[in-house]
Design a protein around this ligand. Structure first.
Ligand SMILES: [Zn+2]
Length: 147
C-alpha cells in the first residue's frame, strides 16, 4: 500500500500497489492525487507531504528565483517528474521563503535535491542535474522503497 497526499485538500489517499496512483482521485475532494507535475510547496504543505507520503519517495527541489542554475534545472526537474510519473512525489521549495527548512536540512547551496522516504532524508545532491540523472537517482530510491 502506498499513500500520497492530495495537493488540493491535503487528505491522505491510500493507493494499492497494483493500482496506478496516476489514475487515483482524492477520496475527499476528487482532485487528481498525482498530476505528474512538481508541486510548489511552502512549509506547511511540505510537512504534510513528508508525513503523509508512504511507500514512495518524496523528491524536493530547493531553489530560488535569482539562482541561474536553479532556473536551468527547473525544466529538467519537470521532465523527470513526468517520466517518473506515479513513482515519486516531486516538490519544489523556495529557499528564500523557507530559511528554517534550509537550515534544518543543512542546505548550503542551491539548487539542492533532497530525497525523503517515509519522512526520513535518505539522500541529497547539490548542483545542476539533468532529467536523466534525476530519474536514475529516484528510480533507484523507489526500488529500495519497494523492497
Ligand atoms: Zn483532495
Amino acid at each position: 500500500m502506498r499513500q500520497f497526499v492530495c495537493p488540493s485538500c491535503g487528505a491522505g489517499n491510500r493507493v494499492p500497489v497494483d493500482r496506478d496512483p496516476a489514475l487515483a482521485r482524492c477520496g475527499r475532494c476528487k482532485a487528481e492525487v498525482l498530476s505528474g507535475a512538481p508541486l510548489d510547496v511552502e512549509a506547511k504543505a511540505f510537512a504534510r507531504h513528508l508525513a503523509g507520503t508512504k511507500g514512495a519517495p518524496v523528491l524536493v527541489d530547493v531553489w530560488a528565483p535569482w539562482c541561474g542554475p536553479c532556473r536551468a534545472m527547473s525544466p529538467q526537474f519537470d521532465a523527470a517528474a513526468r517520466r517518473v510519473g506515479s513513482g515519486a512525489r516531486f516538490l519544489k521549495l523556495n529557499a528564500d521563503n523557507n530559511p528554517e527548512l534550509c537550515a534544518q536540512y543543512a542546505v548550503q547551496g542551491i539548487p539542492a535535491l533532497l530525497l525523503f522516504l517515509d519522512g526520513r532524508l535518505i539522500a541529497r545532491k547539490a548542483g545542476l542535474m539533468s532529467a536523466d540523472q534525476i530519474v536514475d537517482w529516484v528510480t533507484l530510491a523507489a526500488a529500495k522503497a519497494a523492497v
